[in-house]
Structure formats: C-alpha cells, structure tokens
Design a protein around this ligand. Sequence first.
Ligand code: GDP
Length: 305
Amino acid sequence: ESLDQGLAKTKEGVFKKLSRAIVGKTTVDDEVLDNLEEVLITSDVGVDTTLKVIERVEQRVAEDKYLGIKELQGILRDEISSLLEENNSGDTVLDFESPLPQKPYVIMVVGVNGVGKTTTIGKMAYQYKKAGKKVVLGAADTFRAAAIDQLQIWSERVGVPIVKQQMGSDPASVAYDTLSSALNSDADVVIIDTAGRLHNKINLMNELSKIKRVMDKVIPDAPHEVMLVLDGSTGQNAFEQAKQFTAATEVTSMAVTKLDGTAKGGVVIGISDQFKIPVRYIGIGEGMEDLQVFYRNEFVDSLFG
Ligand code: GDP
C-alpha cells in the first residue's frame, strides 16, 4: 500500500474533523482553536503534545490577528512537522539502502505480543534483503512456540536464515548463537526477536539486560539499536507500553504498526513527542511491502494535505 492509502482512514478522519472545526469561520478564533484541540486529542495525538501544538498555533495567530482559516491547515502542518523534527534529530540509520554504521548491525526488537513485532521483523528483513544486505534473524522469544514458528515462516518467505532453539531455552543463548552465526556468515544485519511479557516488569528488565550483556560479549556495543514495536491502533495503550518499555530498557527507535486499520494515526506524533525517540518505521498493512520508512514531512503531508 502507498502511504496515502495506508493512512487513508486517519486522513479522512482528521480531514472531516478539521472541516467541522472550521465550518463557517473565516479567521482562527478561540472557538476554532478549541475545536482544533479536540480534533488532535480525538486523533490520539495525546494531551501534552496537543497543548504544545495549540500553543504554537496560538502564537502564530497572535502574530497575525487576521490569520485566515485557509492558512490554518498549512500552519498545523508546519508546526507538527517541526515538532517531529525536534524529536527525530540525531537519526543515524533510516532507510534500508544506506550503508549501515556497523557490520553486522544488530537490532534487538522489543514489544508486547500481538503488536506486530514478528511481522515488522519479517518486513524489515525483506527490505534489507531487497537492498542487497545479508540478514540473519534470531528467535529469542523462546517463551511461546508460536513466536518461533512465526519467525520461521517469515524467514522462509523472505529467504533469510534464522537461528533458533527449542521453546523454553535461554533467550540470551539464542542471541549468542545468532550473533556468532552472523559473524561467521559475514552478515550485514542481525534482527533479534524478544519476548514481551509486561506483567512481570522485573523479569522483563532482567531478561532484556541479560540478552544485551551476552550480545556485547560477541560483538562489542551490540545491540546497536533497540527497537520498540507499538500497535498504532491501540491509542493510549501504546503510550502506556512505551512508558513501560523505556523504563525497562534503553529504547533507541520505534516502529508503529497497523496504521492502516485506524483513524487515529496521530498517535505517531504524540508518541514521538512524548518519548523523544525517533520513529523509524510505520506499518500500513499485513504484506511484506507494507512497512515504510517514517519521513516526517511525507507523513504530515499525508495527514494534512
Ligand atoms: P507479534 O505477536 O507482536 O509478533 O505480532 P504479529 O507480528 O504476529 O502480528 C499480529 C497480527 O497483526 C498479525 O495478524 C499481523 O498480520 C498483523 N499486523 C502486523 N502489522 C500490521 C500492519 O501494519 N497492518 C495490519 N493491518 N496488520 C498488521
């Protein structure tokens, strides 16, 4: 799916609400600002980020009292885009084609079950492979047999090797094997799946730090990236999960999935702003190709036209 198609529900929702917010208006007055606040909040941008955006729009209005309603959309677009830029600066790796900063480049993927973690790993593997990079997958979510099976299916679908052990084995040991195998096979990218059981926070924390410690022994400084996968259609739950995972480990990037199935894609803006962690990818479908690099301008253009 194209970005516009993938975000169609959100776009339509935002557009409809925006039109309702400004109906019969010629200038940006208090009522318009109130309505705008509601549009953003009901699009799951989050209260804090919404207030920040409204404040910026207010400032622009204060500078130009007779600001026309026609300009509002453009202003909104600019302000949100610059907000996203502040939060996404310092990006090193974005697209799949650019040379990676390390070889092998090790990405550890975290997130609760069902958010689309395995699917996102499969899609990333597909994109990296397509870009000519050699990929190895590691099935370190050893807690559920289904998780290992699903990753296996993706590895066959994409045509990249997978390192796995039996269900119930030590995730750190799988990570160790995966990194060793990656070194032996001269791989460019390693993507490691992990279990996401949030109900036991201390366990989660210990498990993730143990995996990281072991990785660091095979390849100093690995993992180079810890990616948190969030389901964009779950709104406030996604915020809550981000809070918990960032408390449990150092998350360095995010992928937000299932944006095709929701009218509340504004969650990407809020989460990026609240956690100051760059969103690298967005998932906009179940297919292999339905993962897009998150380019803030394209994203905001898609939403606000
Ligand atoms: P995991 O438990 O986190 O590994 O989740 P899975 O990768 O197994 O995904 C759970 C379900 O969400 C599957 O049915 C996926 O096809 C679906 N899914 C994942 N990403 C997306 C997405 O971007 N859009 C849509 N519509 N479905 C997705």
